[in-house]
Ligand binder design. Structure first.
Ligand code: AMP
Length: 421
């Protein structure tokens, strides 16, 4: 490899990360804009937390036996000797922020959303990245199953606006601290009987947290897991009622769903409701979003006993299925000839921008022909011509690049024309 080629390789983006360049980024902006306006219609407000947090936050929140914590965290020791982790998910950060700032005492709705990067050291493949992006929403202090149904409905509304069709909604209940131990014991027993058929990892999970066997991607383990008892047979009266209420509210919203008794999701903290919206054409990485209830996390963090529910949506995966066609931007290209025209051009550019017209000035000595060539290449919508004659008359030329029509007028005349088309 030449020195040049190896330098290029060394400086390439890290495996599992990627650049989102102009041309693609407009779709991200459109998604972010639609997410923001949708969530705010439901009373959500943005809460921005840091990208890295103390490692214990995720060990305690996400759960010490989850794959995300045991295998996938980007953890490092900082110069002060403290173990920090690039967040693999967002929920523990929101809970920490609430406890730290006692947001529960403010009397405002505890509904938060956020959009940003998450980090997991998993094997990169199509639809799975090491730096990926999530839209995350959380609601606190609402025990009622209606709120779980409401956020599922909100997710559907957003996916509808994004033009995502052909999804399926899976729901389940994973019980609570009262009823789950009996289910875990039944799973441990069932897994123990078929231990030799499980992968080494699941053999370990069979002891530590048999529920996590459902997360395993190995086909043989999944086949064994299909024979395990289902949680619906173990739910306590409270969890059973909560689950029926969830299904009844989904019916009110007319959201079709399928109960998947093995939907336990990869994180340890879920209680009662879990759900996923999946897309059947995405291959193995088909979950567009997933979430559920986590009624014990805040209390476990030493905060007040406030329940929570929410979901995280993968932006990359949703964009791969979305039918978004952001409108093409309209840009005015300023073509000036000579130093005097440049000064006036700068003033004009400021005037048009102040009035909401995107205006590009490139500081290169160009003749008029070269200006038009460049404007064409940039796909400018219009060219503003500032030459000697225009300086004298105070009337400037405007060429519409789509129709080829050229007109002239004062800056105010041209502004009216630019804003009308
Ligand atoms: P989770 O936090 O694992 O429930 O993930 C929520 C959503 O984030 C998933 O449904 C995916 O859409 C997305 N997601 C999770 N992990 C990745 C990843 N490594 N790369 C891309 N998207 C991901």
């Amino acid at each position: 490899m030449s020195e040049d080629a190896s330098a290029k390789k060394e400086l390439a983006a890290v495996r599992g990360t990627r650049d989102i360049l102009p041309g693609e980024v407009e779709k991200w902006q459109a998604l972010e804009g639609l997410a923001r306006t949708t969530f705010e219609l439901y009373g959500f407000r943005e809460l921005r937390a840091p990208v890295f947090e103390p490692t214990e936050l995720f060990e305690k929140g996400t759960g010490a036996t989850s794959d995300v914590v045991t295998k996938e965290m980007y953890t490092f020791i900082d110069k002060g000797g403290r173990s920090l982790t690039l967040r693999p998910e967002y929920t523990p950060s929101v809970v920490r922020a609430i406890v730290e700032h006692r947001l529960d005492l403010e009397g405002t709705p505890m509904r938060y959303y956020y959009m940003g990067p998450m980090f997991r050291y998993d094997k990169p493949q199509k639809g799975r990245y090491r730096q990926f992006h999530q839209v995350d929403i959380e609601v606190f202090g609402e025990k009622d199953a209606a709120v779980d149904a409401e956020i599922i409905e909100m997710a559907h509304t957003l996916l509808g606006k994004l033009g995502v069709t052909g999804t399926e909604t899976l729901v389940n209940s994973v019980g609570c601290r009262a009823c789950r131990p009996a289910y875990s014991a039944a799973l441990r027993e069932a897994a123990g009987k078929r231990k030799s058929e499980l992968c080494a990892d699941c053999q370990r999970k069979a002891e530590a947290n048999p529920l996590r066997i459902f997360d395993c991607k190995v086909e043989a383990c999944q086949a064994v897991a299909r024979s395990f008892p289902i949680i619906q047979d173990f739910l306590c009266a409270e969890c059973r009622d909560h689950f029926s209420a969830l299904l009844a509210c989904l019916d009110v919203f007319k959201i079709p769903y399928r109960v998947d008794p093995r939907l336990v999701r990869g994180l340890d903290y879920y209680t009662k409701t879990t759900f996923e919206i999946v897309f059947s054409h995405l291959g193995a990485q088909n979950a567009l979003l997933g979430g559920g209830r986590y009624d014990d996390m805040m209390k476990d963090f030493g905060g007040p006993d406030i329940c929570g529910t929410g979901f995280a949506m993968g932006i990359e995966r949703v964009l791969a299925t979305a039918a978004l066609d952001p409108p093409k931007r309209k840009m005015l290209y300023l073509a000036y000839l000579g130093d005097e025209a440049k000064k006036v051009g700068l003033e004009l550019a400021r005037y048009f921008r102040t009035n909401g017209v995107e205006c590009l000035v490139e500081y290169k000595d160009r003749g008029m022909k070269a200006h038009f060539g460049r404007a064409n290449k940039l796909q400018a919508s219009w060219v503003l011509i500032v030459g000697e004659n225009e300086l004298k008359s105070g009337r400037f030329g405007l060429k519409d690049m789509a129709t080829g029509r050229q007109s002239e007028g004062t800056p105010a005349d041209l502004l009216t024309r630019l804003l009308s088309g």
